[in-house]
Design a protein around this ligand. Structure first.
Ligand code: G4P
Length: 192
């Protein structure tokens, strides 16, 4: 998606060998107009799927997931990484290991927000090693809901997440695909 690629070129910052900092518009300060455009683009790309719910994981997935929810006019559920006062029992839970942060998180959602009747679109900000998406897929399985697809804002094609999802024949749409970082610059891969 050209709008997003242009924004990454303009405001993204390459950190080390494999990390892109996008806190200017995606995961710290958020550009609402850009989010709305991303939501519309996800809607266009999954127009044929009978989506009833958007699922993401806190925190950075929430903004693009909400934008997608507004385009599809369906509820948005985000998995929590911490139990809260009101989120204790009747949970679907999965363990997610972050290769980037080298920590494990238990992610949970309340059983009342996902059922066997749901057709779910997963939305997340980054697809790197795919562990967050795998955790959400496990939760969808526990609920016996149907996974309709995975929408990603920024995919890093040189990490293994996309391959894991392709092997499972999951419909994945990434709005920007990064093939490499070279001399501090982003090299984009063609759309899949
Ligand atoms: P995964 O998300 O595909 O499972 O891969 P990984 O385990 O490597 O990523 C763990 C966390 O790091 C995720 O955030 C993911 O969004 C973030 N991440 C991965 N690659 C990049 C990158 O190039 N740039 C930035 N800014 N973040 C990246 P998280 O732990 O879920 O944190 P949150 O920000 O959503 O709270």
């Amino acid at each position: 998606m050209k709008l997003l690629e242009d924004r990454i070129r303009e405001d993204g910052q390459v950190l080390g060998a494999d990390v892109l900092k996008v806190d200017n518009f995606l995961n710290h300060q958020i550009d609402p107009d850009l989010m709305m455009a991303l939501g519309e683009e996800f809607h266009r790309r999954f127009a044929d799927a009978p989506i009833t719910k958007i699922l993401t994981v806190e925190s950075s997935g929430i903004a693009p997931a909400l934008a997608a929810g507004m385009a599809f006019h369906v509820p948005v559920v985000f998995a929590r990484k911490h139990k809260s006062l009101t989120l204790k029992d009747n949970l679907y839970t999965a363990t997610v290991y972050s290769f980037t942060k080298k920590t494990s998180n238990e992610i949970s959602i309340s059983k009342k927000f996902l059922s066997a009747d749901d057709n779910v679109l997963i939305i997340d900000d980054f697809l790197a090693n795919g562990q967050a998406v795998e955790g959400l897929i496990e939760i969808i399985g526990q609920a016996q809901a149907t996974l309709s697809g995975v929408g990603i804002v920024i995919e890093k094609t040189f990490q293994k997440g996309r391959q894991l999802l392709d092997e499972r024949q999951i419909h994945v749409e990434s709005l920007a695909r990064i093939a490499a970082f070279e001399n501090g610059q982003v090299v984009f891969a063609p759309e899949a």
